[in-house]
Design a protein around this ligand. Structure first.
Ligand code: 3VV
Length: 219
């Protein structure tokens, strides 16, 4: 008998697998604000031409803050739980590289349901640079991977990326609004086929397809 990937009846609670679960509404606004400040700091550091004395002073101030905040540390695999008004529950890793709300490295790309899939808007600063003024190709792949994985997840078929193909159609600009879209296109046994695009000014700059494989959780 062939069993095709289909939405899981109920998502497992990550807490049952020993993972910390943080409710989205329980994240302090002060943490979200701090993370945003650190993103701006990273951009300032990456582009500063301050003199050595000022750099040394800034370095000491940042080191002191790192020690202070590092004193209370969450586990690496902590999960974010979002409860939607329609009762749907969504999980993501709290520090997800692309979408994690508390990861200063994440832009973050926020994806919401639209047109039978997902859609998000994002503007990337100079810390995502590859060629001059353009988004790094690896980062483009990362955003597509996230949009592809989340499309399978939101359709109730969370899995791992087995295969990812990216076509870079046009240069993707920094400091300009980008639109990311994704959707499930089919299933076969445990495989979930997904496709995604990145657009600037309505034109596709990159597109990707992936095979996400539904994972069999232990127990
Ligand atoms: C605890 C609570 C959880 C709560 C829920 C959370 C929900 C979150 C939802 C949403 C947000 C998340 C968004 C994330 C976005 C980012 C995703 C990533 O970056 S994932 C990291 C990178 N990927 C890896 O690290 C995978 C490493 N690879 C593996 O672990 C295995 O290879 C795996 C699981 C992918 C497959 O291994 P097998 O042993 O389970 O299955 P086999 O039998 O090998 O393959 C199954 C089918 O897939 C095909 N397949 C496997 N690999 C393929 C490949 N490379 N290309 C094409 N087909 C492939 C095979 O041919 C087979 O197909 P046939 O059914 O026989 O037709």
């Amino acid at each position: 008998m062939t069993v095709h990937a289909e939405p899981v009846a109920e998502l497992p609670d990550p807490a049952d697998y020993g993972l910390t679960v943080v409710e989205a509404e329980a994240l302090p606004a002060e943490l979200i604000a701090l993370v945003d400040q650190v993103r701006a700091l990273a951009d300032a550091v990456a582009h500063t031409e301050a003199d050595p004395a000022e750099l040394a002073e800034a370095g000491a101030a940042v080191a002191a803050l790192t020690e202070r905040l590092g004193a209370t540390r969450r586990m690496t695999g902590a999960m974010l739980r979002q409860r939607h008004p329609d009762g749907r529950i969504e999980y993501n890793t709290l520090t997800n590289l692309v979408s994690g709300p508390v990861n200063p490295t994440a832009p973050p790309l926020e994806l919401t349901e639209a047109d039978g899939g997902l859609r998000g808007e994002v503007t990337l600063n100079g810390t995502y640079q590859g060629p001059p003024g353009l988004v790094h190709g690896g980062w483009i792949a990362a955003m597509l991977d996230q949009a592809l994985g989340a499309a399978a997840g939101v359709a109730g078929m969370p899995g791992l990326t087995a295969n990812l193909t990216v076509d870079y159609r046009k240069p993707t600009p920094l400091n300009a609004p980008l639109t990311v879209t994704s959707r499930v296109t089919g299933t076969e046994r445990r495989k979930v086929f997904v496709s995604a695009e990145i657009r600037h000014n309505g034109e596709i700059t990159a597109e990707g397809t992936a095979i996400m494989v539904q994972i069999a959780l232990p127990g």
